[in-house]
Design a protein around this ligand. Sequence first.
Ligand code: UGA
Length: 452
Amino acid sequence: MDTTAPRVSVVGTGYLGATHAAAMAELGFDVIGVDTDQAKVDALSRGVVPFYEPGLPELILKHVESGRLRFTTDITEATALSDVHFVCVGTPQQRGSNAADTRYVEQAVRDISANLTRDALIVGKSTVPVGTAGRLRGAVSALAPEGVSAELVWNPEFLREGKAVEDTLRPDRIVIGGTSARAEATLRELYATPIATGTPVVVCDLETAELVKVSANAFLATKISFINAIAELCDAAGADVSVLADAIGFDDRIGRKFLNAGLGFGGGCLPKDIRALQARAGELGAHSATALMQQVDEINMAQRQRVIDLALDALGGSVLNKRIGVLGAAFKPDTDDVRDSPALNVAAALHLRGAQVVVYDPEAGQTARRSFPTLSYADSLIDAATGADALLVLTEWREFREADPSELGAIVSGRRVIDARNCLPSERWAAAGWSVRTIGRTASVAALPTFV
Ligand code: UGA
């Protein structure tokens, strides 16, 4: 280990922080992860990750054992030992407002600044409304002890849940905002490995760095709502949105990614970020962005109603006392995260209309039970499907995509499936006697024989 290498602390060890801490250790640095939650610190110190993220437990365990990574609740351990402090705490949506709640970021920056005993670089990674970092610079200079120099910069994170380790070790781009030459050199040293393999570095001002992050998520959300609006048109016109997406996606100015029509986006990031952008744009008088985000959000939320309507239609107008097997609870596959999950939203709405809803998810059963304890849960796909009048595929887990329609057809009460993620091989399901409903693919499904 190079003794002159910067030592790192990561404040906040949720999704972002735990992954960033493990990745920094993997890149060769000594890392302390700091969190106020003692139970989380204890678990991480044993290499136990309190959420499902492929590859992360192995990486944390590897570096806890190598001695490069440790976790504490004591911020003074981090300020005594570390040169660079990454701020990775959450910025959830405020209650009763669209704006982001920045109180945890503010608290973390204050805690670091007030406890510094040596010069430090504070690097914000959390997603914040534009202008937050500029404001926090005042707090850093007011709180940092005399004789200690502290600089605050912003370096947003773009990791996706389910691919967090890969995205952190090999990011598409590194954005660093508001740095002095010295801070830029330190960050380039920390990210030397991905930079050496070609990851581009964008150096900009603080405000641009803050806005890059929310704009990226806003664009992804817009892409999804765009294709969902076109899916509605495809249904009305008798066209197939999946083929359409393939065709427009061949144009590399458009690209095929994030053009999967269906139940729409959820999770802890896209919904809150478009709302925070809408709120901040409104405050700053940038009304086009406000109006666009409003429309994107409306289209997205309407998809949930669209799937509820498909279920009602499939079951003859009422779901009362009908048994519905809901396949999927997570907001997307390869995660156990159910924050703002469209799947659970639909499941709960059908339950409230009197359906007997049984939910199965390969990984998110526990988190879903905690968030929606009134729903019924099955421990297997077979249990969820047994006796069902209809199956709803709401999260495109591989287990559902590859399920055998003949096997499931033999145990349900009615062979009706709503493929709300357009992820099933419809021909195979139809050939096994299922009536298949999709989003924006009426054309291809109408061409199939239907069995109700
Ligand atoms: C998103 C961004 O993709 C990351 O780059 C960003 O760093 C992260 O938010 C964040 O701000 O922390 P994530 O929330 O993990 O990552 O999920 P995505 O993979 O973006 O998926 C979001 C939602 O869009 C899911 O519900 C997914 O089902 C839906 N989606 C995605 C579609 O409905 N259609 C698509 O074609 C793609």
